[in-house]
Ligand binder design. Structure first.
Ligand SMILES: Nc1nc2c(ncn2[C@@H]2O[C@H](COP(=O)(O)OP(=O)(O)OP(=O)(O)O)[C@@H](O)[C@H]2O)c(=O)[nH]1
Ligand SMILES: [Mg+2]
Length: 356
């Protein structure tokens, strides 16, 4: 059920503010590549358009028409875009927030929905200002921009997040998602987190914890399917379940072939260089029973001794004390997770490359 929790994110704001670019960034896709939302000076979005997250079909990011491009008043605009289906709104502006944004925010509030203000294209603003004054202090400039944005949005805005959709790892995108993470209902938090691109080591660490939390569910569900023997273990493994978890790790840590291609497009790091950073065959190979058996057999000593250590102080999951075969499965799942995590943040050099 956790995997199917829907999340609908609406991106709105004035025409040309960078809405479609933010939609693409949230999906880890570069503008103008296959499947990207159309962007550019004349690519105006006229109808709400749904973009499904490439790895998580339950996460939908909606590119809404610019507030000023429709003839609707703010309340009619919200009706037109079908406001009920969105979990929250992100109002994007590449300048200070205007009357239209303020009216929209007021209406969203009336509908008891959440909204966040994003001031986009911060990279451009910094570049332009620095052109005029190379000595300019970036911190001071960001504060000036924030104050300037606040002027337009009167009493509503809790905070304006300064973001570059072309460089999500810089500026305040991380603050934005941490705020969302705190404010989303508990069951939707991990949905948002796991679907995020790997913008920082912190995001990767939190994804790891979210996946670790799922191990107990997988452990309890194991052995519902056929058990496959693996050299080095006295009990067999529920292979379908192990493969599903390994795929889940790969998907959320951005190690699927499509994610790597997208990462390469966004970061301009050649695909081959990214692939070279992936050490474990769980990350590089097409996942199947043969690959999994090979990986587990190679790690049999490590997994069985870690399981024996755990068994010494019996572990319980939801009050059920695990049988020894389940403890081995539990340890194998942890091993699979760690192998995948090492692929994205194993060494300091690989860490800098793994972050877009
Ligand atoms: N440097 C920089 N350029 C951006 C950023 N966000 C958007 N752009 C550029 O701004 C232009 C307009 O962006 P879009 O994403 O198409 O804007 P939009 O709000 O979807 O526009 P409409 O659909 O016409 O309302 C494009 O050329 C983008 O490349 C950003 O954060 N930094
Ligand atoms: Mg657009």
């Amino acid at each position: 059920r956790l995997k199917n929790v829907p999340l609908n994110i609406a991106i709105t704001g004035e025409s040309g503010s960078g809405k479609s670019t933010l939609v693409n960034a949230l999906r880890g896709i570069k503008n103008k590549t296959e499947g990207a939302a159309p962007t550019g000076a004349v690519e105006t979005t006229m109808e709400p358009t749904e973009y499904i997250h490439p790895q998580y079909p339950n996460v939908k990011i909606w590119d809404l028409p610019g507030v000023g491009t429709t003839n609707f008043t703010a309340d009619k605009y919200l009706e037109h875009v079908g406001f009920e289906k969105y979990d929250f709104f992100i109002i994007v502006s590449c300048d200070r927030f205007r009357e239209n944004d303020a009216k929209l925010a007021k209406e969203i509030q009336k509908m008891k929905k959440k909204f966040y203000f994003v001031r986009s294209k911060i990279d451009n603003s910094i570049r332009d200002e620095k052109d005029g004054d190379p000595e300019l202090n970036e911190e001071n400039l960001l504060k000036l921009i924030r104050d300037n944005c606040a002027k337009g949005n009167h009493c509503f805005s809790p905070k304006v997040f300064l973001v570059s959709s072309l460089k999500l790892h810089l500026y305040e995108f991380e603050d934005l998602w941490k705020t969302l993470d705190k404010e989303l209902p508990t069951h939707q938090r991990n949905v948002m987190l796991l679907a995020l691109p790997n913008i920082s080591a912190d995001v990767i660490e939190q994804k790891k914890q979210a996946l670790e939390d799922r191990i107990k569910w997988y452990t309890l569900a194991s052995a519902a399917g056929a058990v496959v023997p693996v050299t080095g273990f006295s009990d067999g493994f529920d292979m379908a379940l192990l493969l599903e978890f390994a795929t889940e790790c790969k998907r959320s840590l951005g190690l699927m072939p499509e994610s790597l291609q997208n990462l390469s497009n966004v970061s301009s790091i050649p695909l081959e260089d990214l692939k070279a950073e992936i050490k474990s065959s769980l990350g590089t190979d097409q996942l199947n029973t043969t690959v999994m058996i090979k990986v587990l057999s190679k790690a049999a000593n490590y997994i069985t001794s870690a399981a024996a250590e755990l068994e010494a102080s019996p572990i319980s999951v939801f009050g059920i004390v695990l049988a020894s075969s389940s403890v081995t499965t539990y340890t194998a799942l942890k091993y699979i997770l760690n192998q995948n995590c090492e692929n994205v943040c194993g060494t300091e050099e690989s860490q800098s490359k793994s972050i877009v």
